[in-house]
Design a protein around this ligand. Structure first.
Ligand SMILES: Nc1ncnc2c1ncn2[C@@H]1O[C@H](COP(=O)(O)OP(=O)(O)OP(=O)(O)O)[C@@H](O)[C@H]1O
Length: 255
């Protein structure tokens, strides 16, 4: 059981007032969506929750321990990260890259074994990129790279996924398949926090939402309480029409 908490957390967005401090507890089995317009601080929040960026105020806790006091290797066994910026280091194949997901569990001199390989192959299969296993990552399309990033975290099997726009670059089918995969993590008491631009994916798949406003204001809670058209219109500065499809609200921008 792993719990990620933000206590009195103010993310450090340069030049912005503190706004509302975040008090959030991500419990095992929950799927959190972070919504907000460009520049609201979604990526900054995710980096702060991952311990990669210091907050301006407050602290992030993993299972009650301050994240900043934990060893990165310990953190890497619990938190899986899908971020937007990726840099190709040395040339690596798709399979080698997926195997990186097992590194937090191996000692520095230990080679990946049959079990690591099995997990990586299963993840590549799940993300429909098994046929690309021998290819160099530098030759992949944007959507294939995105699916590899997800496959790498699936290989890692962390307790908590932190994903920045996980459906970026993905076609409609793979967007849905990715959201299903993330929601599926909850069956094993894992949790997911993801930034999303697509309100309808958030409405369909997230059970908790955090709305981040550009002035630092924020509100959060169960998804149904957050999906209030007036609040969402204020969030995006966009009028919306609402319908219901398959039991979930659907929001369409109106002129
Ligand atoms: N190093 C920096 N120096 C100055 N401003 C920065 C720096 N890093 C981020 N910012 C600013 O902080 C704000 C929040 O950025 P962030 O990337 O977290 O937003 P976001 O909500 O993820 O946006 P988007 O939807 O466009 O991805 C932006 O206005 C950005 O320009």
């Amino acid at each position: 059981m792993r719990r990620l908490e933000a206590r009195e957390l103010v993310i450090d967005v340069p030049g912005r007032p503190a706004g509302r401090a975040l008090d959030i507890c991500v419990e095992p089995g929950q799927v959190w969506g972070v919504l907000g317009p460009n520049g609201a601080g979604k990526t900054t929040l995710l980096h702060t929750l991952a311990g990669l960026r210091a907050p301006r105020l407050g602290e992030v806790y993993l299972d009650g321990h301050p994240l900043a006091a934990l060893k990165r290797r310990q953190v890497a066994r619990q938190l899986g990260l899908i971020f937007q910026e990726r840099h190709d280091g040395f040339p690596a194949t798709v399979r080698e890259t997926a195997l990186i997901g097992r590194h937090p569990y191996l000692s520095p001199w230990q080679m990946e074994g049959a079990e690591e390989l099995r997990l990586a192959e299963a993840a590549l299969e799940r993300l429909d990129i098994a046929h690309l296993a021998e290819r160099l990552v530098s030759t992949l399309s944007g959507g294939e790279r995105q699916r590899l990033a997800i496959a790498t975290v699936l290989t890692q099997a962390p307790a908590i996924w932190l994903a920045d726009e996980p459906t970026n670059h993905l076609d409609l089918h793979h967007q849905t398949a990715t959201m299903a995969l993330l929601a599926e993590q909850t069956a094993e008491e894992r949790a997911v926090v993801m930034c999303l631009h697509d309100l309808n994916l958030a409405a369909r798949w997230c059970d908790h939402l955090l709305l981040l406003y550009p002035d630092g204001e924020a509100c959060w809670g169960p998804a149904e309480a957050m999906l209030v058209p007036e609040a969402l219109e204020r969030l995006y500065g966009q009028r919306l029409a609402t319908a219901r499809v398959n039991g979930a609200p659907v929001f369409v921008p109106v002129r």
